[in-house]
Write a protein that binds this ligand. Structure first.
Ligand code: MF3
Ligand code: CO
Length: 252
């Protein structure tokens, strides 16, 4: 069953996602050469708790792995998602870093991510970031009442492949609400007219993960990397399906 939120629940979703959005905004100024990703995590953890919320990723469990240890995922260059913050990972000019934030407050989750430039980046990195952000926009445009999940997947995947990039294998968006991950899965590749139908009041996290060199991924514990070490970017928004165009909950 895909959960449909009441007006009250929508308000709670707006609050959780607003905290996520404000944190991602605050991190923008901190992503500079010389900072390590554990410092970014400490800032994020404090920020979230100061808002009376809880970092949603910390302690999150999946079978076969230790609980996720941090408030954010910090995924540098060829790391696609779920990069674990570390004081050994020091950002350098020209890097790109995907930061993914999850927040839990008053029973509901917020989830959003973006990929930042560290100083000035290569033209290739710049183009990857633009394209991944645009892919998310295409997905959000397709997320309308009575559309199907496959319409979102097709909008994202066809755009990415038309630009000569690759959709990272086996990594998807998801429903979100009282759980961080709910039905339905939102793949980044698929067929229009297929999959579950969207109804107003559903909340979903749309999150294209785009690689330059190959769709193949390598898992090392929590962390996912591009198999050929090429660059990868990730943008994610939590959106509310309405009668009109989707409301982006994780923007400020
Ligand atoms: N936005 C990511 C996702 O939906 C972040 C999850 S990190 C985890 O998968 F630690 F919570 F798994
Ligand atoms: Co997510």
């Amino acid at each position: 069953m895909i959960s449909v939120k009441s007006e009250k629940e929508m308000t709670a979703m707006r609050i959780s996602n607003r905290i996520v959005a404000e944190l991602l905004q605050a991190l923008e100024g901190m992503v500079t050469p010389g900072i390590n990703t554990l410092e970014l995590d400490r800032f994020a953890d404090d920020f979230i708790r100061t808002q009376g919320a809880v970092p949603a990723f910390k302690g999150y469990t999946v079978p076969g792995l230790p609980p996720y240890p941090a408030a954010i995922c910090a995924s540098v260059n060829s790391c696609i998602v779920h990069g674990i913050p570390s004081d050994h990972i020091i950002l350098r000019e020209g890097d790109i870093i995907g930061i993914d934030v999850g927040v839990y407050k008053d029973g509901f989750y917020g989830d959003s991510a973006r990929t930042y430039r560290v100083g000035k980046v290569s033209a290739a990195a710049e183009k990857l970031l633009q394209t991944t952000r645009q892919a998310l926009e295409k997905g959000i445009k397709a997320a309308r009442e009575d559309a199907r999940v496959g319409d979102i997947s097709h909008a994202i995947g066809s755009f990415i492949t038309s630009k000569g990039y690759y959709v990272a294998d086996n990594l998807t968006g998801h429903g979100i609400g009282r759980q961080l991950h709910e039905e339905p899965m939102i793949p980044n590749i698929g067929f229009s007219g297929k999959g579950p139908r969207l109804k107003r009041g559903m909340t979903i996290a749309i999150e294209p993960m785009v690689n330059i060199g190959t769709n193949r991924v390598v898992e090392r514990g929590w962390e996912f990397f591009v198999a050929d070490d090429s660059l990868s970017a990730h943008f994610e928004h939590t959106v509310l399906i309405t009668g009109d165009k989707a409301e982006i909950l994780s923007s400020c």
